[in-house]
Design a protein around this ligand. Structure first.
Ligand SMILES: C[S@@+](CC[C@H](N)C(=O)[O-])C[C@H]1O[C@@H](n2cnc3c(N)ncnc32)[C@H](O)[C@@H]1O
Length: 192
């Protein structure tokens, strides 16, 4: 499905805008107060949040399975001379990263893409593996109060095709289940 995202970023290399997401703004404050320095971003898109973190003193490794997204990230990071390393990568595979080397992992609207329950657990478990002890895992997903919940055609249990994008909508319980089974502790949770 990276073709869908390649097309989106091909048609507009700032598909999600140039400004950081409000989620990134919230997370940066928490990362700073937790003294995080190295961040792994998964599903970085065209890098609006990647550039924001890197411009604010974090070292960022950005992964996405859209080659167009990665191209845009590399170009922006080069132009701005920011400490960003990027890699084309499908998050359904084990992370190409050694154990315990990141202070934080970050993903905005990645885990509500088409991942089976088993794949979701595997992503969380991989994130836990590459985080340092007491590392932070910031993520956002669409939930049942989302404007698009209930729209589209079901393509896999709990996953809907909404305007060509395959999306899962989580209940609070589903979010808490995956977190606790993968041994993460919830520090805070907000609805936007
Ligand atoms: C909703 S977009 C969010 C992009 C970015 N986080 C942002 O907020 O600007 C989801 C991103 O996840 C990426 N993605 C979806 N499934 C993926 C997978 N299995 N592995 C890696 N990236 C994936 C897409 O290419 C897309 O860039």
């Amino acid at each position: 499905m990276s073709a869908v995202w390649d097309r989106a970023y091909q048609s507009d290399n700032a598909f999600f805008g140039e400004e950081p997401s409000s989620f990134a703004t919230l997370c940066l404050k928490h990362m700073k107060s937790s003294n995080a320095k190295r961040v792994l971003e998964i599903g970085a898109g065209h890098g609006r949040d990647t550039m924001f973190f890197a411009s604010n003193g974090l070292e960022v490794e950005a992964l996405d399975y859209s080659s167009r997204g990665i191209e845009i990230i590399n170009k922006k990071a080069d132009e701005k001379k920011l400490p960003v390393k990027s890699q084309l990568f499908d998050a359904k595979r084990p992370l190409p990263i050694k154990d315990a080397c990141f202070d934080a992992a970050y993903s905005h609207m990645l885990l509500n893409m088409r991942f089976s329950q088993a794949e979701l657990h595997s992503v969380f478990s991989e994130i836990r593996r590459v985080l340092k002890p007491n590392g932070l895992n910031y993520f956002s997903v669409r939930n049942h109060n989302d404007q698009f919940h209930g729209a589209g055609v079901e393509v896999e249990e709990g996953v809907y095709d909404v305007n060509g994008f395959e999306v899962r909508f989580f209940s609070e319980k589903e979010i808490l289940d995956v977190i606790s089974k993968e041994c993460f502790k919830v520090l805070w949770m907000r609805e936007e």
